[in-house]
Design a protein around this ligand. Structure first.
Ligand SMILES: Cc1ncc(COP(=O)(O)O)c(C=O)c1O
Length: 479
């Protein structure tokens, strides 16, 4: 029988160094690659063999296929010309932290399965409370605490489940059933909320999407009225989401007013700051957090705008027992002395899956490598660049801003209407020079350009703006 052959230490070193070299070169050349993958559906798959290899292959051969097959199918999120959606930051210290996590191969479901995995996470999340000026009630030495989730979508589901159990005194977990529970979010809130309400068994029809004002922020009077109406109809309002930095236009819901309503009606308040939350590393961008001290849960994603590669979502609760009550389950095979002592955190009780990665390493590496001042510079640079772009747009009579520019997202449009803007977007993206996306604001097609990639400079933003102007002129000429 053939002996199992692993990659020995020498080969691991050799290929590992080569892979880091490849990535370092990639970061240097990424700017020259078309940002949006220029690939037809199925083209990548067609190049891959239908069956896996019987015998193992040389690592060099695998890497050659990465270059030949995979790279042309990559949309380059790490390109300085990537302005689409919201950013998905990465950085060398984060990549090295990720590599270390994979190398250690820890599965941190229980404190006992790797105490450092749990304790580093607790400490880093407490650091983040201080780093971002978050309420002290989210610290682990209060009744609350923080945990790393894979995504804001998972965080919002956990928040809903905790609130659901609090509202039904644990009955829904044990017996299921309909309880007339009603959740609230603005009509600009992220789709993950409606999805989570469905998954939590509350029923998507039972999310009330509250009208937002012309600035796309939730109208608190409309929220209060809807809650009253639902109460009067014998339903049970239980949960409100407020967004700090909406996906379409980075609008900020008025948190103090929403928090007051939640307090009055004793509703769980979840605050979703998935993208904009990273800006709070700068004290001048913390004013939107006013009212957060009343929130039951909060989430933001360092994997969007804080130099930490996907996945890394910080989720905080003010009452960790509510979360644990909703999610804890202890089969015999997980019992251990540390858990039973009550002295440790077992993060399996703070999330949907049992198993968990050592995510805190990469965030720890990032915070230590850049320091508070490095993280602040990262954010401030992008905000300045976005403001510069907004000034250029305002100065061009053919274009207009479509929303205020509080941070790093610029929403704008050409004055020639929806079809023109749509064609402009498609042309620009097909050029490969940059990548931006669109939304619809006040019923009108709107271009959105988000500046958040670590290597984006004024030159990239200026080039993007010139490409947009030149393409619009060409389109005008074509007509
Ligand atoms: C405001 C907001 N909330 C939630 C999400 C979902 O984030 P995730 O991909 O981490 O689930 C997004 C994604 O862009 C978002 O913009």
């Amino acid at each position: 029988m053939n002996r199992f052959k692993t990659m020995d230490s020498d080969a691991f070193r050799q290929h590992g160094y080569a892979l880091i070299d490849w990535l370092a070169d990639y970061y240097q050349r990424v700017e020259s690659l078309p940002v949006l993958a220029q690939t037809e559906p199925g083209a990548i798959r067609a190049q891959l063999p239908p069956q896996p290899p019987l015998q193992g292959e040389a690592f060099e051969q695998i890497m050659a296929d990465v270059e030949r097959i995979i790279l042309p199918g990559i949309t380059h999120w790490q390109s300085p010309n990537f302005f689409a959606f919201f950013p998905a930051n990465s950085s060398p210290p984060a990549v090295l932290g990720e590599l270390l996590s994979a190398g250690l191969g820890v599965q941190g479901m229980l404190w006992a399965t790797s105490p450092a995995c749990t304790e580093l996470e607790t400490q880093v999340l407490d650091w983040v409370v201080e780093l971002m000026g978050l309420p002290q009630r989210f610290r682990s030495d209060s009744d609350g605490g923080g945990v790393l989730q894979d995504s804001a979508s998972s965080a919002v589901l956990c928040a809903l489940l905790a609130a659901r159990e609090r509202a039904t005194a644990g009955v829904m977990n044990r017996q299921g059933g309909r309880h007339g529970l009603i959740a609230y979010a603005s009509d600009q809130a992220h789709s993950s909320i409606e999805k989570a309400v469905g998954i939590a068994g509350i029923g998507r029809d039972n999310v009330r999407l509250i009208a937002s004002d012309t600035q796309q922020a939730m109208n608190p009077e409309a929220l209060a009225q809807q809650i009253q109406a639902d109460r009067a109809a014998g339903l049970q309002p239980f949960w409100v989401n407020a967004t700090l930095g909406t996906t379409s236009s980075l609008a900020f819901d008025p948190l103090p007013a929403i928090a007051r309503i939640c307090q009055e009606h004793q509703l769980w308040l979840h605050v979703d700051a998935a993208m904009a939350g990273s800006a709070a590393v700068c004290p001048e961008f913390r004013h939107w957090q006013q009212g957060l001290e009343q929130a039951d849960s909060y989430c933001f994603n360092p994997h969007k705008w804080l130099l930490t590669n996907f996945d890394c979502s910080c989720f905080y609760v003010a009452d960790r027992q509510a979360l644990i009550n909703a999610l804890s389950i202890l089969p015999d095979y997980l019992r251990n002395r540390a858990t039973e002592s009550g002295e440790v955190i077992d993060y399996r009780d703070w999330q949907i899956p049992l198993g968990r990665r050592f995510r805190a390493l990469k965030l720890w590496f990032v915070i230590r490598h850049y320091g508070i001042s490095g993280l602040q510079q990262h954010i401030r640079r992008h905000v300045e660049l976005a403001h510069q772009l907004a000034r250029w747009i305002e100065a061009d009579p053919d274009f207009e801003l479509a929303a205020p520019v509080p941070l790093n997202l610029v929403c704008f449009r050409h004055r020639r209407g929806d079809v023109f803007n749509h064609t402009l977007l498609e042309r620009v993206n097909a050029s490969g020079a940059l990548y931006l996306t669109h939304t619809r604001l006040n019923e009108r097609y709107t271009l959105r350009l988000c500046i958040g990639q670590p290597h984006t400079t004024i030159c990239h933003v200026e080039a993007a703006w010139h490409t947009l102007q030149a393409t619009a002129e060409q389109l005008n000429d074509d007509r």
